[in-house]
Design a protein around this ligand. Structure first.
Ligand SMILES: *Cc1c(COP(=O)(O)O)cnc(C)c1O
Length: 360
């Protein structure tokens, strides 16, 4: 067996221990004689998996009792539509545009003919920063941000304060730092970046928001439906939720969210130092104050596509995958989610340093 070092943006690296545990239990889950994939979502075996994942998430992420934890499908992208469907009261909704994913969310709200306001944007600089001093209208139906911009490699240091319910797309940085829940009313994430495989969407929502939903919203698209049934209204993505639970157990074994956060800071520092100490050979896309701890997007000087391709090729020879940057930034992108280790990042930094020496 040969495992690659996976710097892919998503679906992304899953801790090896999690994969091995799943492998051991794959054919016979806990003496049931069947795979957990084959178990009814109404069975005792699955019920334990489901409720343990929720309990562990509440414990590790310190989610207050007045929030529901939901497991949905349709990816983060369906949330772009469900949020306006469920939260609007007919007033205005406000967004910050910090990249491709925010823009897509804005588009979905506009499709629903809402009064959509973009209160801040970094579009004019190809999204290389997070706007400062963001002011939402406290009377907005909700205020929306993307906490980590996967493509551009920018991240909020602190969420903006507002009395309007704050909605956070945390698809690419969920479980990577502790949350001040007094600031957040709804957080959502597709699981496939930092929380397991694709197929499960995590929604953490303040219960007081559940009753806002209008009469014309279809049953499956109401948060209320899923909250009332503990995310078992219909068949949930059982195998994904199982792996999410194993991933949460792994986070707990690491020492919890704060320990994972410290590790993430260490990893990000290694790469950003390599960029900053390269005498301009490497150029980070994000402005320093907005740098993401999860996705490091960078170019080689003069955006030399040939040399960038050469480095990507060389990385592949060194057993690293997923470093090609998104087309809207070009260059390279190292996604260093929770499951990517400090040693993995050191290997990349070593390669970057020797490559810069040879090609400067
Ligand atoms: C990947 C990503 C999405 C889209 O997720 P899907 O599950 O593919 O719909 C949305 N927002 C952010 C921040 C992402 O990184």
């Amino acid at each position: 067996m040969s495992r690659a070092i996976n710097f892919g943006a998503g679906p992304a690296a899953i801790p090896l221990e999690v994969l091995q545990e799943a492998q051991e239990q794959f054919l016979d889950f806990n003496g049931t004689g069947i795979s957990i994939m084959e178990a009814s979502h109404r069975s005792k075996a699955y019920e334990g998996v489901h409720n343990n994942a929720i309990a562990l998430m509440r414990e590790l992420y310190a989610i207050p009792d007045d929030y529901d934890v939901l497991f949905l499908q349709g990816g983060a992208s369906l949330q772009f539509a469900m949020i306006p469907m469920n939260l609007t009261l007919g007033g205005k909704v406000q967004y910050v545009d910090t990249g491709v994913w925010s823009s897509k969310a804005i588009k979905e709200a506009k499709i629903q003919n809402l009064n959509v306001e973009v209160v801040a944007s970094s579009k004019e600089r190809n999204y290389d920063y997070i706007p400062e001093n963001i002011v939402f209208d406290d009377n907005a139906d909700y205020a929306y941000i993307t906490s980590n911009n996967t493509i551009f490699g920018t991240q909020y240091r602190e969420y903006p304060s507002t009395k309007a319910p704050l909605v956070v797309d945390a698809s690419s940085d969920i479980f990577s730092y502790p949350i001040d829940w007094s600031k957040v009313s709804l957080m959502f994430a597709g699981a496939q970046k930092n929380a397991g495989p694709s197929g499960t969407t995590i929604v953490i929502i303040k219960k007081s928001l559940l009753d806002r939903v209008g009469e014309n919203v279809p049953t499956m698209l109401r948060y209320k439906t899923h909250a009332a049934e503990n995310s078992l209204f219909n068949t949930p993505p059982t195998f994904g939720i199982y792996l999410l639970g194993l991933t949460l157990q792994w986070i707990k074994r690491q020492g919890g969210i704060k320990a994972v956060q410290a590790n993430n800071e260490k990893k990000a520092k290694l790469i950003y130092n390599a960029i900053d100490n390269s005498n301009g050979f490497y150029i980070g896309h994000a402005q320093k104050s907005s740098r993401s701890l999860m996705n490091v997007a960078f170019n080689i000087k003069d955006k030399d596509a040939e040399i960038e391709a050469k480095l990507i090729k060389l990385s592949e020879k060194s057993n690293m995958i997923g470093l090609k940057g998104h087309r809207s930034v070009g260059g390279l992108r190292a996604s260093i989610y929770n499951a990517v280790s400090v040693e993995d990042v050191r290997a990349l930094v070593d390669l970057m340093e020797s490559f810069a020496k040879e090609n400067s």
